[in-house]
Design a protein around this ligand. Sequence first.
Ligand SMILES: C[S@@+](CC[C@H](N)C(=O)[O-])C[C@H]1O[C@@H](n2cnc3c(N)ncnc32)[C@H](O)[C@@H]1O
Length: 158
Amino acid sequence: MGISPMPSSKKARKAIIHLTKDTGTGPIFDLGSGWGNLLIPLAKEYPERQIVGYELSLIPWLIASLIKEILSLNNLKIYRKNFFKADLSSASVIVCYLYPEGMISIAKKLISENITSCILISNNFSLPSQQPKKTVQLDDLYKSPVYLYDLCFLNPDI
Ligand SMILES: C[S@@+](CC[C@H](N)C(=O)[O-])C[C@H]1O[C@@H](n2cnc3c(N)ncnc32)[C@H](O)[C@@H]1O
């Protein structure tokens, strides 16, 4: 749906996990969790936090679910579900690696559902018409960005 299950690079994963360090103890949601390349390290990094993944593609979802069982990651839930139809209201942090149109739809969902007490961390794709609180430039070939948004400051005009 819009993007293949291509995982975040190692550098992006490291940067994203680093950015989650100052975000309290609330749930972290990975929208489009793929094979679990970011989700599983998040669940290992924060055994005391609820980590939630949403993934539509069957095989990546199955593999990530299998790894979760093998590693007994009891703080992790992985749903085979369209995250646009999911209730994101309990998320403290949302992480994603999507595509430009996906970011527009995410912004519209967050605004229409009034989800503002949350941090959004996006690998490579920015939220339209929004000012990130932080931008990390990865030390890779493309100098890829990772954006952190404080949704308290979400601009309703997309
Ligand atoms: C580029 S991968 C990112 C995987 C993982 N988050 C990471 O950073 O390694 C994006 C994933 O989002 C999934 N996806 C895209 N739209 C989705 C939707 N509406 N609901 C659930 N999963 C979706 C795709 O199937 C794909 O596996």
